[in-house]
Design a binder for this molecule. Structure first.
Ligand code: FE2
Length: 251
């Protein structure tokens, strides 16, 4: 299984704080059947800046650290990029990383609102041959209130990544119900742990997939696993049209 969103690089954002903590996280990931982890430290969120050269250097060091412990897992470079008006300039200046060098780029929205220029930004990224993956839209206040917003992003060419802990109930019952509904409505294309440490916000793909399998079906889990693998190989991902989410179901 491929994990596309994690904060496993030690000491560069609010994720793992030491090599040992990162090792513990990776051991837990291997136990769940995860073979590849894309490290996506926060970038441009007002607190953390993680330039590509620093991310690449840390990824290399972490892979060496894991092989020294004979851990069968590979870490790849990426960033979780907070959306901002200068994002395209940063891309032109090669200050941004895609996910594992693919065409897929992880974009984080502010939790409180959806920037008015988001649809234009998605379009501009697509024009540049990139596929934006919107990180955990189920935790954005405006998207929660109007899930149809997500359909417009998907129609524009973006994909959406749900956090496994939203499905397990870590963020509350409402977000859990919404998350399942989003999965049912083909609004989600990746499920990822967004792991920060080895306590509550650890790698939890196995738990999330168990919930999806029980509530929706095995084929949906298979689809998420396949899309993760396709992303890592930089292959095209052909998606179903998003359905409708009835807001009253969860409010
Ligand atoms: Fe994250």
């Amino acid at each position: 299984m491929i994990e596309i969103h994690s904060h496993i690089l030690p000491g560069i954002d609010d994720g793992a704080q030491s090599k040992d903590e990162s090792l513990e996280m990776a051991i837990h990931a291997v136990e769940q059947g995860i073979t590849d982890i894309i490290a996506t430290p926060h970038h441009g969120d007002g607190t953390f800046e993680t330039p590509p050269n620093i991310v690449r250097r840390n990824v290399e060091a972490l892979n060496e650290w894991y092989s020294r412990h004979s851990l069968p897992i590979k870490v790849h470079a990426g960033q979780e990029i907070r959306i901002h008006a200068d994002l395209l300039d940063e891309w032109e200046k090669q200050q941004l990383l895609t996910l594992a060098g693919s065409r897929y780029i992880l974009i984080e929205l502010p939790p409180s609102h959806v920037p008015s220029y988001l649809n234009d930004m998605i379009h501009e990224l697509r024009v540049r041959g990139l596929v934006p993956v919107i990180a955990h839209p189920e935790r954005n206040k405006e998207a929660i209130a109007s899930p149809s917003l997500m359909s417009s992003w998907i129609e524009q060419g973006a994909l959406c990544q749900l956090t496994s802990h939203s499905l397990t109930g870590y963020f509350g019952r409402k977000i859990q119900k919404l998350s399942l509904q989003l999965c049912k409505s083909s609004m989600i294309h990746f499920v990822s742990s967004d792991a920060h440490h080895n306590q509550q916000r650890n790698f939890a793909l196995e738990a999330a997939f168990r919930i999806i399998e029980r509530s929706i079906g095995k084929d949906v889990v298979g689809r998420y696993i396949e899309y993760g693998a396709r992303l890592l190989q930089n292959e095209e991902i052909v998606i179903d049209s998003p359905g409708k989410v009835r807001r009253k179901l969860f409010w």
